[in-house]
Design a protein around this ligand. Sequence first.
Ligand code: NDP
Length: 445
Amino acid sequence: MDARLEAIRDTVLARNPGEAEFHQAVVEVFESLGPVHDRHPEFLEAAILERLCEPERQIIFRVPWTDDQGRVQINRGFRVEFNSALGPYKGGLRFHPSVYLGIVKFLGFEQIFKNALTGMPIGGGKGGSDFDPRGRSDAEVMRFCQSFMTELYRHIGEYTDVPAGDIGVGGREIGYLFGQYKRITNRYESGVLTGKGISWGGSLVRPEATGFGTVIFTEEMLKTRGTSFDGQRVVVSGSGNVAINAVAKAQSLGATVVACSDSSGYIVDEAGIDVGLLRQVKEVERGRLKDYALRRSGVAYVEAGSVWDVDATVALPCATQNELDGDAAARLVRNGLIAIGEGANMPSTREAVAVFQEAGVLFGPGKAANAGGVATSALEMQQNASRDSWSFEHTEQRLTDIMVGIHHRCASTADEYGEPGNYVLGANIGGFVKVADAMLAQGLI
Ligand code: NDP
């Protein structure tokens, strides 16, 4: 790392103790930014990096609710409004028992650069709760969401901060959150949340956008080596929103997706995953992958081990952070991997990224590869602002154009800085310079 940035990194790490994931995200970005500061000493003088690492606002609140037995439950809610240089804070809400400030801050920090890369007018933020929706009834999820919004509503708005979904927050949760926001404020403010239902202000393609976008970005990377998804053997991790839509898109481009996972195990389906059955089990029934294996012949369900034990030419990690470590990366490379597109945020550990880069594997980092979700959220905001709703085909074409544009921005920035094919460097520098320029222009705030 550039020596000038080391001192800033040390201060950031010391000021934010115990936030391992936030530290990891900050260090990964800092490692790319030395050359930028050679060209732009004004960024150092204006303390852009120090300011970027300090969220503009952090809100932590109590979320009390009652379960179906009438017992009082208490969870913790978070919203970190990280940076508004380019537009209103924008980023999802995560409901998962592992959520704490360090996870929300890593996600919010990455979101700043991701949103900048989309070219849309959106700043970076993230939020969530340690609430676990798994195993809860719809009524419990509704009561939790209503209590969560009873505090959150005063901090958000279509020109201020626009949350969306993430792990554990899908269409059902966005519906309950929107209903409570409307009730408290007496405003039908469509642009305050994205990921809404299609009949009440949502955008077509938003549910598919992150998974589709990840595959489109990865296809662009493959093209640089004269190949494509057609005929590839693909492994996907996760079986939630991002994973399912990545499976669907990869197979529509001629790949065979042979495996995917949940937090209990993984399935291997050599014939190619049946997307209809996967959607039925995971989205409609909210069941487990084990149920998929029970209903389709020739499918193996594996509880021990890791989905990365399955060999593939293309890997799409779409579950959660640090799910793919150095050993798994080495195994994938030995087994013939040529490309990896991160649908999840920071799914590869630092060791894994090093293994992929040293082996010359095409590596699309999450902040570029999975930006299609937030970009389509911005398209949803655009439709809400103009009281319009676009067709599936039109919206999908916009998404495709945006992902091709992000790929181009990353690749050309990597070329410009003398590291062709280094998408990590391209994404970090491409996103950073845009935000830094805007921060400089807006003065010391
Ligand atoms: P979902 O809740 O729909 O699905 C998450 C999937 O990942 C589930 O299969 C879940 O398994 C698995 N998973 C979650 N946590 C763990 C864990 N700790 N260990 C193992 N498996 C786990 O979430 P999304 O699909 O929306 O999000 C997946 C990833 O994509 C996240 O990293 C998210 O930040 C990122 N992302 C999402 C966007 C979106 O638009 N939704 C946008 C950009 C990025 P189980 O069901 O067993 O819990």
